[in-house]
Design a protein around this ligand. Structure first.
Ligand code: KG4
Ligand code: ZN
Length: 337
């Protein structure tokens, strides 16, 4: 069964054809990073317009590369939540029009479930149940996945997502948007014990995350050291801040994962999302999984960030479960997993 996936929840316009939820026949991603980099972050209105311009060509390319016509496609899966509302509506409206014109079923897909499904494309043996940790620019979610379409949220970010904290810290260090990957490289060169940063806890919600305090500590330190004390922001300073920040952020994520694994023995772990590309996070989560005898599943770097193959994959399992979207299907900026 071939599913055409469409993704436009943030700043990537993407389309892909996936067979039986596991076999990627094409994966086209048009990134808007260069457009938004000038502003230091994603500008929602500009993102919607860029999706509108790109979507037709991206979908055509995905079909071409998969050597398919619309006649070969069995269903259209589209991200309808969560994300930037105007951006989501662009992909959703396109998918609705295409489904109506071709008579193909339309399947709404939750973006966070899609990130998890990126792992099905590369790990043939991966099947629920497992624990999933999605760490991205917009989300930090710790979940139990009991079946392909049965999710329970265990913990989530109350304020900034991990990727957002990475990008904002990168910005005060003078790095271009999005700074996550540059922070990764810098952190490897710095002293993680140089600055004592900590991420807070949420009272009464031991699995939840809060990163805005950590982000503010970094911004304040950089301000004190440079503006107030006149220190030049050289590579050594940047590396030490990146390493100390990364270490504090990972400690928070890992502590919650460890707590969950210590209570829910025997479950394997799936890591996903843009920040799952972070080498330090990958290593830390791998060590925790090993400690609890859990197998760790990671997507390859090209499937960590937003793409439509992950949406087509999850769309297949949603289709089998009977999930369908009608002509009144809407998009939602926030939605429980
Ligand atoms: O999953 P994604 O493409 O978009 C959302 O759904 O949010 O994630 C993008 C985020 C950005 O914040 C980017 O800086 C971050 O992933 N990122 C990284 C790395 N590569 C990308 N953060 C830390 N280390 C990396 N290597
Ligand atoms: Zn994402």
């Amino acid at each position: 069964m071939k599913i055409l996936g469409i993704e436009s929840s943030c700043d990537e316009t993407a389309a892909s054809v996936v067979e039986d939820g596991r076999k990627m026949l094409s994966n086209v991603v048009a990134s808007q990073i260069d457009i938004h980099a000038v502003y230091g972050g994603v500008v929602p209105e500009i993102a919607s317009r860029a999706h509108t311009e790109a979507i037709w060509g991206v979908v055509e390319n995905a079909l071409l590369q998969a050597e398919c016509g619309m006649d070969d496609i069995d269903a259209i899966a589209v991200t309808n939540a969560p994300g930037l509302i105007g951006a989501l509506l662009t992909g959703l409206s396109f998918a609705k029009g295409l489904a109506f014109a071709t008579g193909k079923p339309l399947v709404p897909v939750h973006h966070i479930r899609g990130h998890v499904a990126a792992n099905y494309l590369v790990h043939e043996e991966l099947k629920p149940p497992f624990v999933a940790l999605v760490v991205s620019g917009g989300h930090t979610s710790l979940m139990r996945v009991d079946d392909y379409t049965e999710y329970s949220l265990i913990g989530h970010a109350r304020d900034d997502a991990a990727g957002e904290a990475f990008d904002k810290c990168a910005r005060v260090l003078g790095l271009p948007y999005p700074g996550g990957a540059a922070m990764d490289r810098l952190a490897a060169l710095g002293d993680k014990n140089k600055y004592k940063f900590t991420a807070g806890s949420v009272d009464g919600a031991e699995y939840d995350f809060t990163f805005s305090g950590l982000k503010t500590s970094v911004i304040n330190l950089v301000h004190q050291e440079t503006t107030q004390r006149g220190r030049v922001m050289d590579d050594e300073f940047r590396a030490d801040v990146a390493a100390s920040f990364t270490s504090a952020l990972i400690k928070t994520i890992n502590t919650r994962l460890e707590l969950l694994l210590s209570r829910e023995g025997g479950l394997n772990v799936v890591l996903a999302g843009g920040v799952a590309a972070n080498s330090h996070l990958r290593a830390a989560v791998a060590a925790t999984a090993e400690k609890y005898g859990a197998k760790l599943y990671l997507p390859p770097l090209k499937l960590c960030g937003d793409n439509a193959a992950m949406i087509a994959s999850q769309g297949y399992f949603e289709y089998l479960k009977g999930t369908r979207g009608g002509t009144d299907l809407n998009a939602f900026a926030t939605k429980g997993v």
